[in-house]
Design a protein around this ligand. Sequence first.
Ligand code: C2E
Ligand code: MG
Ligand code: MG
Length: 268
Amino acid sequence: MRQALQQEEFVLHYQPIVDIHSGRLLAAEALVRWQHPERGLLGPDQFIGLAERSGLIVELGDWVLNTACQQLVAWQTAGLADLCVSVNLSPVQFRRGDLDQQVQAALTRSGLAPAALELELTESLLLQDSEKFISLLMRVKALGVSLAIDDFGTGYSNLAYLQRFQVDKLKIDKSFVCKLQGDQQAQAIVMAIIQMAKSLHLRTTAEGIEDDATRQLLAGMGCDQAQGYWFARPLPAADFADYAQRLLASVQSSTSEPLYNAPNTASP
Ligand code: C2E
Ligand code: MG
Ligand code: MG
């Protein structure tokens, strides 16, 4: 895997995050893939665990951060001025203790404004409460980046930490979103997450939206942002740029329905 990193076999795909009501494009989530010479395009579930166990995730994560920031600046320069980027972080990247320097270096190298970078953390990370971890997360936040909690609702969240670390956003896990219609319990959980987020002044993104009925249901519940195959799958960078340009044109030219559900390019 170390060799794969040197030989540039990793690529980033980007999945749109849109305003759930207007369809306006807000951000791209960077999702890593491994273009394996023999096994083809591998999804993160097939190699992130190994990268975490071997420690290579620190180097891979740094590559993801730098690549995503540079790509964003290229898109902003090409006309997508307000676009933001989300990058997933592994808990292992926090262990070395210099994540704030890695993030700052990626911002400086790319020239990306800190406000355009969002870091996605897992709930389990927030259960750690060592002084070392707390001060590191405070330093990361102080760079001016946003923090989102990924897969929210699946782990045990230490809710006090949401405020302590000035988390900005909760990403409602797709396991609730995909069975929302007709499932009273899933609806109750999602409703509770959205209401709690509102009272803490946090934004919410629903991930895993696969149809318009679910989008409408979530919009009615007061969710802010949407992500899922209904809008687009994670796309190679060039396809994301095409998607973004077409979305921009359709939102500008029409006051009615935005361009939902653009043709999808295969991505694991
Ligand atoms: P995640 O951050 O929660 O990313 C969302 C996952 O949901 C992505 O899977 C995406 O393809 C998938 N997804 C999006 N919309 C839909 C939908 O409508 N239906 C369904 N069924 N799935 C949808 P992917 O790309 O396989 O990534 C899996 C996980 O791998 C990510 O979950 C994230 O935790 C991790 N990951 C991806 N890239 C990185 C990275 O650069 N660093 C780290 N540490 N983890 C990463
Ligand atoms: Mg994520
Ligand atoms: Mg997620």
